[in-house]
Design a protein around this ligand. Structure first.
Ligand code: SF4
Ligand code: ZN
Length: 486
């Protein structure tokens, strides 16, 4: 009898109403056909790029490429939109090779294939080349407890160095809405207000007070939709997790975000929107009357009184009076009434939430960029984070070897952990002998056809080796933790 029943009519796409719907959008449960899904997703990314002013015509943009789904879809969509809307961007792929056997070596093969597919050049820089250590070396020395901290700090700097080497103006990363929501949660849980104030920006500067601007075209794009896009488009990506990922601390926040999403699809966007709407005030612990001035959510000093959410001294004082030492990091709300005289008419009558912190105003002040005394890289402290971590690693090196000292790279003098001249002389006998920094040079940028224009020069042999044996996780969720993302 069932055989005589008419088959249910195929559900039609809610957008074009002609083609058969093949998926339900995780973001809002719209039923769409394949072509409409592509169009909607690409349009959303285009809207993010335009509304947040992510790019300017003529800019040279490094697309952080790990070979994973996010960065592969990023390369696909940004190259597509660049042509479709004539952004006028000069794009290239930038990969970081952390040196994680069984993970990065395979994913780099994927990136190399993408280089051919999208016809844009690829540059790979490795931890071994930059720091004298692979992640495998680091884990062998320190274990799997803090390895992601090292990895995050090194990656951030490596991306900057690779991008500067290639004369990029900006770095685009594949961080998606899920990543941003997780970062919001983690920063709340850690009470890290400076990062909380920055982490929802679609454009951020370098973590250490400078560096190249980083943009997130997928800030509002759900991870599930990126996976669907890659699946339906049959994009070539690598999906194995880093072998050290199970030890990454981000996992619980990731699971929590997924649970929230299962209960309510908009939860991811809601988390991002709520963090976007926070306004941050810095308040002296005591007495209440000494409350400092505020700064807006961007974390930039000097924004007082400009934004509609800027809090006045009176507000800050009121909040400080209400905040006890124990609930110091709990969100407090305050209205902006009485703020008109101080913050301008824009604030009058509007009611904005304010997070009050009993601390000094330096907490959310934008770090003043300076140069690391050791490597010359941008830093917010006299010594950059990577040099501090490297010092600890090098001290523990068997045989007490002198710090690794690569040769300066052409056009990038001062951008490497070069140390003293004497130490540089010893570099050939140190751990660096297997991977000179000279092995990263602009001559190793491959052209669109995949031809490597590598001239014979010192370090060439080391280059080909180090290109083969390492890896980068520019945009894996785990990779963004622990300093990987401001
Ligand atoms: Fe690096 Fe990510 Fe692996 Fe941690 S999980 S070691 S941050 S690639
Ligand atoms: Zn359709």
């Amino acid at each position: 009898r069932l055989g005589h029943m008419p088959a249910p009519a195929p559900r039609l796409c809610s957008r074009c109403t002609t083609a058969r719907a093949v998926l339900k959008r995780p973001k809002n449960h719209d039923q769409l056909c394949r072509e409409c899904f592509y169009t909607v997703l690409e349009d959303e990314v285009h809207q993010t790029i335009i509304s947040q002013n992510l790019f300017k015509r003529g800019e040279r943009v490094a697309l952080a490429a790990s070979g994973g789904k996010d960065s592969t879809v990023l390369a696909h969509i940004v190259t597509t939109l660049n042509k479709r809307y004539d952004y006028g961007l000069d794009l290239f792929l930038l990969s970081i090779d952390e040196g994680i056997a069984g993970y990065r070596d395979d994913s780099l093969d994927t990136v190399r294939r993408n280089e051919q597919t999208y016809g844009i050049p690829l540059l790979v820089v490795s931890y071994k080349q930059l720091y004298g250590w692979t992640m495998d070396d680091i884990v062998a020395q320190i274990g799997t407890k803090n390895n992601c901290t090292f990895c995050g700090v090194f990656r951030r700097q490596a991306l900057d160095r690779g991008a500067v080497l290639s004369r990029a103006d900006k770095i685009a990363t594949g961080h998606n809405a899920d990543d941003v929501a997780e970062t919001v949660l983690l920063n709340i849980l850690r009470g890290d207000v400076p990062r909380l104030s920055r982490c929802v920006s679609a454009i951020t500067g370098g973590e250490e007070g400078g560096g190249l601007p980083r943009v997130k075209p997928f800030k509002y794009t759900y991870e599930k939709e990126i996976v669907m896009y890659a699946y339906f488009k049959r994009l070539d990506y690598f999906s194995t997790e880093c072998v050290y990922a199970p030890f990454a601390a981000r996992g619980f926040a990731r699971d929590f975000v997924k649970d929230l999403e299962a209960a309510r699809p908009s939860a991811i966007l809601d988390l991002i929107r709520s963090a976007e709407n926070f306004r941050f005030a810095t308040v002296e612990a005591a007495p209440a009357a000494s409350a400092s001035t505020s700064s807006a959510a961007s974390g930039k000093a000097g924004s007082k009184g400009k934004g509609k959410g800027a809090a006045s001294k009176q507000q800050a004082a009121a909040m400080a009076a209400g905040a006890s030492a124990t609930d110091a990091h709990a969100p407090a709300s305050a209205d902006a009434e009485g703020n008109a005289g101080d913050a301008g008419a824009g604030a009058a009558g509007s009611r904005q939430p304010v997070i009050a912190l009993p601390t000094t105003s330096t907490l959310v002040r934008a770090p003043v960029p300076r140069q690391c005394e050791r490597c010359g890289y941008l830093a917010s402290q006299p010594i950059c984070k990577a040099c501090v971590l490297l010092e600890g690693l090098n001290k523990g090196r068997p045989g007490g070897l002198s710090p690794w000292t690569p040769e300066p790279m052409p056009g990038l003098d001062g951008f490497y952990h070069t140390g003293s001249k004497a130490a540089a002389g010893a570099a050939g006998t140190g751990p660096a002998a297997t991977g000179s920094a000279a092995s990263v040079s602009s001559s190793t940028v491959q052209d669109g056809a995949g031809n490597t224009a590598a001239a014979a020069q010192p370090g060439t042999a080391a280059r080909s080796r180090s290109w083969e044996d390492g890896g980068s996780s520019v945009d894996s969720g785990a990779s963004t933790q622990a300093g990987g993302q401001a």
